[in-house]
Ligand binder design. Structure first.
Ligand SMILES: [Zn+2]
Length: 344
């Protein structure tokens, strides 16, 4: 099958690779139509420390397509169904999985990172990792469907399950061009919060206002903690949504109100930060991590999608043979919304 694969360390190529394996009893093989890029894909292409790949390694976490074949015990989908793919693969047997916390699975793996990915004509996944594409009006494009799962699941768990954002609270979201940030903003708005977003691009901030942001700050030309203090009568925000890491961490804490919650799912500028414990306990802060989400959360976001909420925002769509340009757009941070690759 045609696929985008690492053929050696840091060498991405469109190439022919063996077909994804025929589905086992509880598995589904999907003919991919479109795949969406995430920061994870940049990390995989650059080489993750401690991860060794067997080349060729097919990349890509997000995807959507048509069920091509199913294993003997599969009941929820049949060949020909149009499906979304949840790229977080659990064993569905460990203590965490049995407690319903699939993204805490002791063998949790991501498509394209630990397993063959979605920028390929075929991918094989466990049955619980596919969901029928809901009927929307107008119908979801393949690009939109591919762009849905990773960022929506991640942002939903951060904003709803972990930070438990409530109506009337103020939420700060850094870097609104990123898929998780943009989706977190929209989910916080759905929950009735007031949302402050940042970007270094005034054009992106304008677009964010159109999509519902209450306050926009240019973090290149404005001092975010000072602006936040002014906006909140010196109180600070109730929740900070982080995925930037080193570059924003200190300012994130400066923005946080007493009793505030900081939730993080990423460290795109670096993973090492400092924390003054005296400020943590004196201000009653809560700092929480979050990765992907569980099956119940995935079912919930797919249900909301069917109701017309959280329709993915696609930045740009590239044909498979221009996959490098797609990676470059994400690398340079030029996008607002998802960068998608059409596989077929
Ligand atoms: Zn498990």
């Amino acid at each position: 099958m045609r696929a985008c694969a690492l053929t050696a360390a840091q060498t991405l190529e469109i190439t022919d690779v063996p077909d994804a394996p025929a589905p086992g009893a509880g598995e589904v093989r999907v003919a991919i139509r479109a795949a969406a890029l995430n920061h994870l894909d940049l990390f995989v292409a650059a080489g993750l420390p401690g991860v060794e790949y067997r080349f060729p390694h097919v990349v890509g976490a997000d995807g959507a397509g048509i069920v091509e074949s199913i294993g003997a015990s599969v009941t929820r989908v049949t060949p020909g169904d149009r499906v979304l793919i949840n790229p977080g693969i659990s064993d569905y047997t460990c203590d965490f999985c049995r407690a319903g916390e699939h993204s805490l699975c002791v063998t949790y793996r991501m498509l394209g990172e630990h397993l063959p990915g979605t920028i390929a004509e075929l991918v094989t996944v466990p049955e619980p990792n596919v969901a029928l594409i809901p009927v929307n009006s107008p119908a979801l494009s393949w690009a939109e469907a591919a762009a849905f799962s990773l960022v929506t699941l991640t942002a939903w768990r951060m904003v709803v399950t972990r930070a438990q954002v409530k109506p009337g609270e103020t939420v700060l979201v850094w870097g609104i061009g990123g898929g998780v940030s943009l989706t977190a903003m929209r989910i916080a708005k759905l929950r009735g919060a007031r949302v402050v977003v940042t970007s270094s691009s005034d054009a992106k901030l304008g677009e964010a206002r159109r999509l519902g942001a209450d306050v926009t700050l240019n973090h290149r030309t404005q001092k975010v903690p000072q602006e936040v203090r002014t906006l909140t009568n010196k109180r600070g925000v109730d929740v900070v949504v982080e995925n930037v890491g080193e570059a924003t961490w200190d300012d994130s804490l400066r923005c946080l109100a007493r009793g505030g919650r900081l939730v993080t799912c990423g460290a795109t500028t670096g993973p090492k930060v400092t924390l003054d414990l005296r400020r943590l306990f004196w201000h009653h802060w809560t700092i929480m991590g979050s990765t992907m989400g569980n099956a119940a959360e995935y079912a919930e976001i797919v249900r909301l999608l069917g109701q017309g909420h959280l329709r993915p925002i696609v930045d740009r769509v590239y044909p498979l043979d221009q996959v490098r340009a797609a990676y470059e757009r994400l690398e340079k941070g030029e996008q607002l919304g998802k960068v998608v690759v059409e596989v077929v």
